[in-house]
Design a protein around this ligand. Structure first.
Ligand SMILES: NC(=O)c1ccc[n+]([C@@H]2O[C@H](COP(=O)([O-])OP(=O)(O)OC[C@H]3O[C@@H](n4cnc5c(N)ncnc54)[C@H](OP(=O)(O)O)[C@@H]3O)[C@@H](O)[C@H]2O)c1
Length: 252
C-alpha cells in the first residue's frame, strides 16, 4: 500500500480544513467531507492549488442517505479507507446559556451531529476501513467533554465557569463511544482515539479560541498517522495545553 486515503468530515473550514491540509502535505490523499457542494468544492480546489491530492465528498453526517452515498462513492473511487477523522461538529445553547435554559430541540440537534453523526459515518465506513492495512479513526472531542476537567476550578478562564451543556455532554458521549469502538477492535489493526485540539479560533466559537488552527489540528494529524505501537482507546492533546498533562493525556 503506497499512499494513505483519509476522509475528514466537516473539512470545508476550520480544524477540518487545516487537518486535510496538514495530512495532504504529508502525502495523504484527502477526501474533503462537506455538506455544501459549493463549500466542499471550493475547499478541495484550494487544497489542490497547494499540490495536495484532494477531492470533495458530499457528506451531511446527520443524513443517513448522504452518509451511505458517500461510502459508496469512496468505495468505487478508492476501494478502502485508511483514516477517518470524525471532525464535523456544532455547538449550540439557548437563552442565557445556562443548562436549565437548554431546549430539547437544541440538545437533540447537537447530539444528532456530534454523536449520532459519528456513529452513522463510522459504521458506514467501517467496511472500507477494515480493508486498510492499519485503519485509524480519530474522534474530535474537546476538553469540555472531559468531566474531570470541567470539575476543576484551577483552569484558565473561561473554563471554570463554563457549563458543558449539550455540547460537553455530546463530547462525553463521543468519548464513551471512542472507548467502545477501541475495545471492539482491540485485536485488529484498527486504532480509535479521541483528541482535543484545545480552545481554537474558529467559527464555532466566534474566533475567541486562544490557539491557531495550525496548533489545534496537530494532534488530529498525529493520531491519524500513528503507527502500530500507537495508542488506542486514548484521549489525547498535543502536550502543549498547559493545564493538561504534558505527556498529552486528557482525563476522561
Ligand atoms: N474550535 C475549538 O475551540 C474546538 C475545541 C474542541 C473541539 N472542537 C471540535 O472540532 C471540530 C471542528 O470544529 P471547528 O472548531 O473547526 O468549527 P467550525 O469552523 O465551525 O467547523 C465545523 C465544521 O463542521 C461542519 N458540519 C457541521 N454540521 C455538519 C453536518 N451535519 N454534516 C457535515 N458537516 C457538518 C461544518 O460545515 P458547514 O460549513 O457546512 O457548517 C464545518 O465544516 C468540532 O467537532 C468541534 O466540536 C473545536
Amino acid at each position: 500500500m503506497t499512499e494513505k486515503i483519509a476522509l475528514i468530515t466537516g473539512a470545508n473550514k476550520g480544524l477540518g480544513y487545516e487537518t486535510a491540509a496538514q495530512l495532504g502535505r504529508r502525502g495523504v490523499t484527502v477526501l474533503v467531507g462537506a455538506r455544501s457542494a459549493e463549500r466542499g468544492e471550493k475547499a478541495a480546489a484550494s487544497l489542490c492549488d497547494e499540490g495536495i491530492d484532494a477531492s470533495h465528498v458530499p457528506l451531511d453526517v446527520t443524513d443517513e442517505d448522504s452518509v451511505a452515498a458517500a461510502a459508496r462513492r469512496v468505495e468505487s473511487a478508492h476501494g478502502r479507507l485508511d483514516i477517518l477523522v470524525n471532525n464535523a461538529g456544532i455547538a449550540m445553547g439557548d437563552g442565557d446559556g445556562n443548562t436549565s435554559s437548554l431546549t430539547v430541540a437544541t440538545a437533540r440537534q447537537v447530539f444528532e451531529t456530534n454523536v449520532l453523526g459519528v456513529v452513522s459515518v463510522t459504521n458506514a465506513f467501517l467496511p472500507l476501513i477494515r480493508r486498510s492495512e492499519a485503519g485509524r479513526i480519530v474522534m474530535v472531542s474537546s476538553e469540555v467533554g472531559s468531566i474531570a476537567t470541567m470539575l476543576r476550578t484551577d483552569t484558565p478562564e473561561p473554563i471554570p465557569a463554563l457549563q458543558p451543556g449539550a455540547y460537553g455532554a455530546s463530547k462525553s458521549a463521543l468519548n464513551a463511544l471512542t472507548v467502545s469502538y477501541a475495545k471492539e477492535f482491540r485485536d485488529s489493526s484498527i486504532k480509535v482515539n479521541a483528541v482535543t485540539p484545545g480552545y481554537t479560533a474558529t467559527d464555532i466559537n466566534g474566533h475567541q479560541g486562544w490557539r491557531t488552527v495550525e496548533q489545534g489540528a496537530a494532534v488530529l494529524v498525529e493520531m491519524a498517522l500513528i503507527g502500530p505501537d500507537g495508542p488506542t482507546g486514548a484521549f489525547r492533546h498535543d502536550g502543549t495545553i498547559e493545564f493538561l498533562d504534558s505527556d498529552g493525556a486528557v482525563p476522561w
